[in-house]
Design a protein around this ligand. Structure first.
Ligand SMILES: [Zn+2]
Length: 1003
């Protein structure tokens, strides 16, 4: 069905074309009156997407575009509630709802399968951006941006604000400082040289009037980019957008064009610092970057070519630049990145944790390697592998929880923002891929190296050094600024601040009125489906190996998983964690690591090894597994199985030089990940205090594993022989048929192909493990998941087991874990089943209520934390955790009041429906084929049946106020054991020393 332009008289059609790659008809339109730009992608996808974006180039680092992004979502003309965003998130069936600030644009995307819901979401977002309440209510700016806070006239003066705290959290990580320094250096004269999210040191410079001016200037239809995607009545939607919003404005000349940074005469150098704790050694912690601007994002070939180069030069295991830097001993983590959402994208090669005296060698090594590649050619198989991976990804269009229509839209902005006539150049990929494939045979890629990486004067060499106590310095500077300000204040002015602090608190505590709430459009109970999404699986046998088959339409792709039981091997957990990190990253008898990595991408869409835990509901036992996973086109299954066989059986585990490199690299990436995902660190660590499966998780991949990596890295020579001995032994023990369970997600056709070729792989594995899996426990799992014929070959529990040089250390309870940052992640965890409380569907509804209501208000809105989460699972585990939280003790105190809040819980029927819809939304989100199959497999392993799922859904749908009040007991049970784990700033954790049994550093 083609759109009829005559039926949308308010618009002019500029172009209309088929885009085969995304199976859509694409229209570029212009709104006649305001010149608003519109792109429509018409296709059969029911997961509809709407996005409105504005070009919002900031000129300073006050974070003004970011604060606008937060605040326009705090109430508008039609929807005058305090937080329509949270209202829509908890009460709609949206499949995506968020807003994002980029260096030069701000976008407001929503998605939904339900048509009525989709309309509601569009309405709320359009009203928010065009008619926000920010002009009427200054407190919105103060709450979300920044404000002075003072409890009484002689009290301490402080700053607070959601964005202020969010960015403080962001700047706790060295990466944020690194990125900032690189961009400042490459783009000193343009919008890319400032921090659009806001630098906490600069945010308090922002004045209310300037902030409003920014909105006035840029949030106008004439500066807007509207995107509609999916299967819907476009004529109706476009007419409605015109009548309801666009036509209320006149054309406005808006100068928001993104200026180009003039190239430099020669490479520039820059130096900066990032915080590490006081007293920490600075040796070997310098970050180095070699960066160059690569033409323009409007060159579609270049845009893809640099993503190919990113892999071939740096990212591939054993890629030449990475290899050269690693061999030279420079840094522990080498990264390449092509940064594309910019008019002028740039390419970076970086080394983390280098020594300061290696700066010269870093540049020399990179330039020599690049020169060598430019002269003698890049490995063609690497280029092909990268192209192949990109094509596979694009065809699979699996972006996890992000709807593909959303991702296409974001790709469109990458060119549309800089050229009104070119929104689709990054979607026409067949042509680009064909072109680049041809160019592999020429010297095209080598010339790109010359032009953009070797002879490019618009480039930079950046050094970021660790500075002990810099966090304290920043805090001191902030305190001094506040004190200087305080000294200038008259008594009267102080009283004003005290009054405003109180007024803001009152404003935040006062709920929106029922009349205001009634403006938020809502679905009814009749809009919610009654039936739970079924689990799809069949148990089949390939030879005598159980195979779980999830018959799902996958567009010609098989998702394969080979899952090996390791439940009896806990003393070796760290070594198994390491096994997962090294398989596929080392040489084998047949290929060196680079060739292997190329082969894997030439024949498959991906490959991974993970360790995971399943907890069976019925037998209440957990089962630990190491899993090799891959995704392949059906006709590549055989080749890929051969590669898996090679990885399992031929990996050179005794290559200690390579082992050392991998250990250093994994240590470095975890060192960054553990504090930045501090909420996960705190929850997982907390759960490990009392749950076997979580303790395993800590040992296989958590903080406990990280401690192991640090120890063996620091004393590698002492450990290396033992590491090789244990890994080699483990390989023989783990990869056997009696431990194997297979999972395949595909159609029947894919299954048939797999069945024919799988026997070679399976047959190549030894039948029995030389170690008997730990008696009764595994037998019970055997009853459930494995064949029952045959007996293990050996009954010696530890036949030939090597002794361990590094033994697992017990995890202390109730820890305060300190980082260099200045925010907290505060977790309380526990188990309600232990206290005799059975799981009930209303626990899912209470999660929605707490996340969007009580905890949201108390911890985020009033407390200034960037986020707060909770969950209560069928295993009985429950947690509450804050994210980038300025507080610690106060947050714990709030958790203690949750059950009291629930006991007094009382809302209107309308609100109850809203919470139920918000809960169902998370259960009904559309799944990609991989996710749908994966969900079924997980449920199978955890013993969750269709009946069970239906029961939970029924309970969710029928949840009443009384049910919610009853959940107070569940919360009490979770808190009963008083388990706490906090990841946070040294100062704050030490201040609350009394709350912890132990305090340790995370470094
Ligand atoms: Zn934000």
């Amino acid at each position: 069905m083609l759109m009829d332009i005559k039926k949308i008289p308010a618009y002019e059609m500029i172009t209309c074309e088929k885009i085969e790659e995304v199976d859509s008809t694409a229209y570029l339109l212009r709104h006649n009156k305001t010149h608003a730009r519109i792109v429509v992608l018409e296709n059969k996808d029911d997961n509809k997407v709407f996005d409105i974006g504005f070009r919002t180039p900031p000129t300073d680092s006050t974070g003004v575009p970011h604060i606008i992004e937060h605040t326009v979502l705090c109430g508008s003309k039609k929807f005058p509630v305090k937080d329509p965003f949270a209202e829509m998130d908890k009460g709609s069936l949206n499949t995506f709802l968020n807003a994002m600030t980029y260096p030069d644009k701000t976008v407001y995307p929503v998605a939904s399968v339900n048509d009525k819901d989709f309309r509601n979401l569009m309405d709320v977002y359009l009203d928010a951006v065009f008619f926000p309440n920010i002009y009427k209510e200054e407190k919105i700016f103060r709450q979300e941006g920044w404000h002075y806070e003072m409890e009484d006239k002689d009290g301490e003066l402080t700053y607070n604000g959601v964005v202020f705290n969010e960015m403080k959290g962001a700047f706790s990580a060295p990466d944020e400082h690194f990125e900032k320094l690189i961009q400042e250096t490459l783009f000193p004269d343009t919008t890319y040289g400032v921090v659009s999210g806001g630098d906490p040191a600069v945010i308090p410079d922002l004045k209310w009037e300037d902030y409003l001016d920014f909105h006035r200037r840029y949030y106008h239809p004439s500066n807007s980019y509207i995107y509609l995607y999916g299967n819907m009545d476009f004529e109706e939607k476009l007419n409605w957008i015109d009548e309801e919003y666009l036509t209320k404005f006149d054309y406005l000349e808006v100068d928001s064009a993104i200026r180009e940074q003039k190239a430099f005469g020669e490479m520039r150098e820059a130096e900066g610092f990032y915080p590490i704790p006081v007293g920490e050694d600075t040796e070997g912690k310098t970050y180095l970057a070699y960066a160059g601007v690569c033409g323009t994002t409007l060159d579609a070939n270049l845009y893809q070519a640099f993503q190919v180069l990113e892999y071939a030069l740096v990212e591939a295991v054993g890629a030449p630049i990475k290899e050269a830097l690693v061999k030279a001993g420079i840094g522990t983590e080498i990264d390449g990145s092509y940064n594309e959402p910019f008019l002028q994208p740039y390419f970076t090669i970086s080394a983390k944790n280098a020594r300061d005296d290696q700066r010269g060698e870093f540049i020399k090594t990179i330039r020599e390697t690049l020169t060598e590649l430019a002269e003698n050619g890049i490995n063609k198989r690497s280029l092909k592998a990268a192209l192949n991976a990109m094509e596979f990804q694009f065809r699979e269009a699996d972006f996890g929880r992000f709807p593909k229509g959303l991702m296409y839209g974001l790709g469109i902005y990458d060119s549309w923002l800089y050229d009104d006539r070119k929104p689709f150049i990054h979607l026409h990929l067949n042509e680009t891929f064909r072109y680049l494939r041809e160019q592999i045979e020429t010297d095209y890629f080598e010339n790109l190296i010359r032009t953009y990486l070797l002879d490019n004067p618009h480039s930079a060499f950046v050094t970021l050094r660790p500075k002990p106590g810099m966090a304290t310095e920043i805090e001191e500077a902030e305190k001094k600024r506040l004190k200087d300000h305080l000294d200038l204040l008259s008594d009267e002015e102080k009283e004003t601040i005290v009054r405003e602090t109180k007024e803001l608190k009152t404003y935040q505590e006062e709920p929106s009125t029922p009349e205001e709430m009634a403006t938020i459009p809502m679905l009814g109970r009749e809009d919610i489906g009654k039936k739970s999404r079924p689990v799809v699986f069949e148990e089949r046998w390939i030879d005598s190996n159980k195979t779980i088959f999830n018959n799902v339409f996958t567009n010609g792709i098989s998702y394969l998983k080979f899952s090996f039981d390791i439940s009896d091997l806990e003393p070796y957990a760290h070594y198994i964690g390491l096994m997962a990190d090294v398989l596929g990253a080392m040489d084998t008898d047949t290929h060196d690591k680079l060739e292997l990595s190329n082969e894997l991408l030439l024949h498959a869409g991906g490959y991974n090894v993970v360790t995971t835990s399943y907890v069976h509901e019925k037998i209440e036992e957990n089962c630990q597994r190491i899993e090799l996973g891959t995704k392949v086109l059906y006709d590549e299954t055989k080749t890929m199985m051969g590669l898996l066989d090679e990885i399992v059986r031929q990996t050179h585990l005794s290559d200690t030089e390579r082992l050392k490199e991998i250990i250093a690299e994994r240590r470095s990436s975890r060192q960054a990940a553990l504090p930045s995902a501090g909420h996960n660190t705190a929850i997982n660590r907390g759960l490990s205090y009392f749950r076997d499966s979580a303790r395993w998780g800590e040992e296989l991949k958590g903080l406990s594993y990280y401690d192991f990596l640090c120890e063996v890295d620091d004393h590698f020579d002492d450990y290396k022989d033992n590491l090789v001995e244990v890994l080699t032994w483990l390989r023989d023990v783990i990869f056997t048929r009696d431990r194997l369970l297979i999972n395949i997600i595909s159609t029947e056709e894919g299954y048939e192909v797999f069945e024919k070729v799988a026997t070679d792989f399976i047959g190549g594995l030894p039948a029995y493990s030389p170690v008997t899996p730990a008696k009764h426990k595994v037998e019970r799992w055997n009853d459930l998941y494995k064949r029952t014929d045959g007996k293990p070959a050996s009954d010696g529990q530890d036949a030939g087991a090597p002794s361990l040089k590094y033994e697992i250390r017990p995890i202390p309870k109730n820890e305060g874990i300190t980082t260099a940052g200045n925010v907290q992640f505060v977790a309380r965890v526990g188990n309600f089943k232990k206290e005799g409380i059975a799981y009930h569907g209303s626990f899912r509804v209470v999660k929605t209520i707490l996340s969007y209501e009580y905890l949201w208000n108390e911890v985020r809105v009033k407390g200034g934390a960037y986020g707060v989460m909770c969950a209560f699972s069928h295993t009985g585990n429950g947690f509450m955790v804050s994210y980038r939280d300025p507080h610690l003790r106060e947050t714990v105190d709030i958790y203690k009041t949750v059950s009291e809040y629930l006991r007094g819980f009382d809302v209107e029927e309308r609100d109850m429906v809203k919470f139920i819809i918000g809960t169902i939304r998370t259960m009904d989100a559309p799944l990609t084929p991989r996710a749908e199959g994966g969900r079924s497999f997980d449920h199978y392993m955890n013993g969750i049946t269709n009946d069970r799922l239906q029961q939970t859904r029924d309970e969710v749908l029928s949840t009443t106020k009384e049910d919610i009040r009853r959940t107070a007991e569940m919360i009490d049970a979770v808190l009963a054991d008083e388990y706490i784990c906090v990841v946070g700033s040294e100062a704050r954790v030490n201040e609350c020393e009394d709350m912890f049994d132990s305090i340790r550093q995370l470094q």
